[in-house]
Design a binder for this molecule. Structure first.
Ligand code: C2E
Ligand code: CA
Ligand code: CA
Length: 697
């Protein structure tokens, strides 16, 4: 920056101007002018290079104040120091100039050396002040940083001991999703916009600051009614931001009771308050209350005793079996932690895992769970019990730990096991946090030989594109799909996802299975493995051992990994399967499923397909036909085939959305069978098999 520091000299006396400019030229870039009008246009056009202004008012002091206002009121100019020069001393002028924002005052005749000294001092003072100012401000939005916010709030509280204040914490619930869908820039624009809106609502002795990510904090005078009204307006205005998605904004309000409490503890309370309404439709404000306080105390108690609990072995590992859906034999189990607390009693992980994930203790607990689990497997092997792979949960915090791979390998070796004895369940949302780093680690784990399961798939929003690149082996569907929490479309989505998973060569596990109907449905959809209360709840190790001795267990780990224990087999053919569909995804699903049985040829519409049939009809074993396509639809295509008896023996399987009319018309035009989309691959395999065999007779 040193090279482009510019000083603007405004003096109608050309010779004075020349002297100062001549002297300063050596140290600064000088712009000088004798015209006040020109000075305004130079300042207006400035893009930040001007570090000081020297303004002479000898001839006319009437424009002094105006010029100072002009500079001080413009954001980009306001920090530029202004030095006023004049030739007669006047206390009155001096005071009015300084109070209008001038930085210094000099009288002529002046020594250029003194001018330079003063100028240097003022410029460096100003630069240091703006660095300090920068540290106080959030760079993106210009509101206070967390530190500055806390300091300023403490000061205001001290100065206004009688006033009532509140701290408000804001959170955009779907901010991550917005950034993923619309990009980092759009996310930043929203934050800048929000800061502007908040600033608008902030009055004297009130503050706005930004914590990390999308979280803002406000320090406001407490008036519940006004506050509610303001927050409601803020929500509305923020949703006016031009983006095709609802911005889910929520606030947690903590009314300050004890002004001696550290401000960051107050923002902490406002934060836990906003967390209580996360995910609640239509609720955008919550007030801190007793219940939240009790919960905080309870959580603090848990944190206080977690380390001792680990030392005293209060944590236990339970096992819940997983089954091969076809044979209903046990194909694996999941290790799930439990806490037997001497005073609080038996605790489920939902009570403490989220806390441990926040404070990092999860890495210690997980090490313990993995070690304990491997200890059991070792003893089962030693005692000749049936052994299946055991899945352990891996928290995202574990993966970010640089020593993670060494730790888990160390545990495996310590118990004389191989990586394939363990499956690692990594929750889907971990992948969306920091895809690159996670993917790197998971790739290495896979290379070493661990089987990777993506847990809670469908709960986050990994794009289907990304799914393609992930180094995983098994998709474990989020419980919500099976239990119907995803709305009336659950089943369609479910069968689509299972189809997709198969297409990408992933085995699929469904968990949370509680009824016979759910199993039936999943079986039809060609899901591989199931886990849930219907078969067995998580049980303590001794019960699990007994269970394994009583039940039919898949004994070959290889067999389990293959994921298709009861695959359908029919004879490989030398012939062609012609797939006619305008959607690449549909073609891909079919070609992937049948490429080991047929030579696959794909066409995007009826006309292209017809061309192909004319040349190659002798080699075609079966045609998979979509109905709705551009250029030539499926019905027209069938009409053409039907009109030539050379083609009429080729079986046609129509693959389309259902609808009685379409089904009827397809059969009228000579279709052999009709399979509804979305595909159920097991059914389609059967139908193709039947159609091909029938046509060969
Ligand atoms: P998760 O990994 O998705 O585990 C499945 C949860 O579903 C378990 O809850 C299991 O008991 C429960 N569940 C199984 N079958 C059914 C069913 O048919 N119906 C219903 N409603 N629930 C079923 P749990 O044991 O309470 O664990 C909750 C979560 O805590 C786990 O969800 C996992 O994210 C976490 N967790 C458990 N143990 C560990 C651990 O050792 N380490 C880590 N990092 N996380 C763990
Ligand atoms: Ca799990
Ligand atoms: Ca799960």
């Amino acid at each position: 920056m040193a090279g482009i520091r510019t000083v603007l000299i405004i003096d109608s006396n050309g010779s004075d101007r020349g002297i100062v400019a001549g002297f300063l030229e050596e140290y600064y870039n000088i712009i000088d002018t004798g015209s006040i009008k020109e000075a305004y246009s130079i300042l207006s056009a400035s893009t930040g290079g001007i570090v000081a202004v020297i303004l002479d008012i000898t001839k006319d002091d009437s424009y002094c104040e105006e010029m100072l206002h002009f500079i001080k009121e413009r954001e980009k100019l306001s920090r530029i120091p202004v030095i006023i020069t004049a030739d007669t001393e006047s206390e009155e002028t001096e005071i009015s100039a300084l109070s209008a924002g001038a930085s210094d005052f000099l009288y002529k005749p002046y020594s250029p050396v003194i001018v330079k000294k003063r100028l240097d001092n003022i410029i460096s003072l100003n630069e240091n002040a703006s660095i300090a100012n920068d540290l106080q401000k959030d760079h993106l939005t210009g509101v206070y940083s967390e530190e500055a916010f806390c300091q300023k709030a403490a000061k205001i509280l001290e100065e206004n001991p009688l006033a009532e204040y509140a701290v408000v914490y804001s959170d955009i619930e779907n901010f991550g999703l917005i950034k993923d869908l619309f990009g980092e820039n759009a996310g930043n624009n929203i934050l800048v916009y929000m800061a502007r809106v908040f600033k608008h609502f902030i009055g004297r002795d009130e503050l706005c600051g930004r914590m990390e990510a999308d979280h803002f904090v406000l320090f406001l005078k407490y008036d519940k009614e006004a506050l509610n009204e303001n927050l409601e307006s803020v929500v509305k205005i923020i949703n006016d931001f031009p983006i095709s998605m609802n911005i889910m904004l929520r606030f947690g309000v903590y009314k300050i009771e004890d002004s001696n409490m550290p401000v960051h503890a107050m923002t902490g309370r406002a934060l836990v308050t906003v967390e209580t309404i996360r995910g609640m439709y239509g609720q955008y404000v919550a007030y801190y209350n007793n219940k939240i306080w009790e919960k905080q105390v309870h959580e603090q108690e848990i944190i206080n005793c977690m380390e001792d609990a680990l030392k005293e072995k209060q944590f236990m590992v339970y096992f819940q079996p997983k089954y091969d859906i076809g044979s209903e034999r046990v194909a694996g189990a999941e290790a799930l932690v439990r806490w037997q607390h001497p005073l609080k009693g038996f605790m489920n992980p939902a009570e403490f895992i989220p806390l441990f994930e926040k404070n990092g203790f999860i890495t210690e607990l997980d090490k313990y769970v993995w070690d304990t689990t491997c200890g059991y497997i070792e003893s089962w092997i030693k005692n000749g019990y049936p052994v299946v792979p055991i899945s352990v949960n891996v928290s995202r915090t574990d993966i970010y730990n640089p020593g993670f791979i060494e730790i888990i390998l160390g545990i495996i070796r310590k118990h004389n096991l191989e990586p394939e004895h363990i499956h690692l369940e990594i929750t889907e949302t971990a992948y969306t946090d920091n895809p690159k780093q996670i993917i790197e680690v998971v790739k290495q784990l896979k290379l070493i030989g661990f089987v990777i399961e993506m847990d809670d798939f469908g709960s986050g929003y990994s794009s289907l594109n990304m799914l393609n690149e992930l180094p995983i082996d098994i998709l474990k569907l989020d419980m919500g799909f099976v239990q119907g929490d995803m709305g009336t479309n659950s089943n369609n989505i479910l069968s689509f996802i299972i189809g997709l998973a198969k297409w990408m060569d992933y085995a699929v596990v469904a968990e949370g299975i509680e009824t016979e109907e759910q199993i039936q449905m999943l079986r039809n959809m060609d899901c591989n493995f199931v886990q849930g209360y219907y078969y067995a709840k998580p049980m303590p190790p001794d019960e699990f051992e007994a269970y394994m001795l009583r039940h039919n267990v898949l004994d070959k780990i290889d067999e389990i990994h293959a994921g298709n224990i009861e695959g359908i087999k029919f004879k490989k053919s030398q012939g062609v399967m012609l797939i006619v569909d305008d959607l690449a995804l549909n073609r891909k699903i079919l070609s992937k499923s049948f490429s080991s049985y047929f030579q696959i040829v794909e066409k995007e519409n009826g006309a292209d397909a017809l061309e192909y049939v004319k040349e190659n009809y002798k080699n075609i074993d079966v045609i998979m036909l979509d109905l709705v396509m551009p250029v030539m639809d499926g019905f027209t295509f069938m009409k053409h085939l039907g009109s030539d008896k050379r083609y009429k023996d080729i079986p046609i399987i129509v693959t389309s959305q259902g609808g009685e009319k379409s089904v009827e018309k397809s059969f009228e035009l000579g279709a052999t069978d009709f399979v509804e989309k979305p595909y159920n691959l097991r059914i389609i395999l059967h139908r193709v098999q039947n159609a091909v065999i029938a046509s060969r007779k």
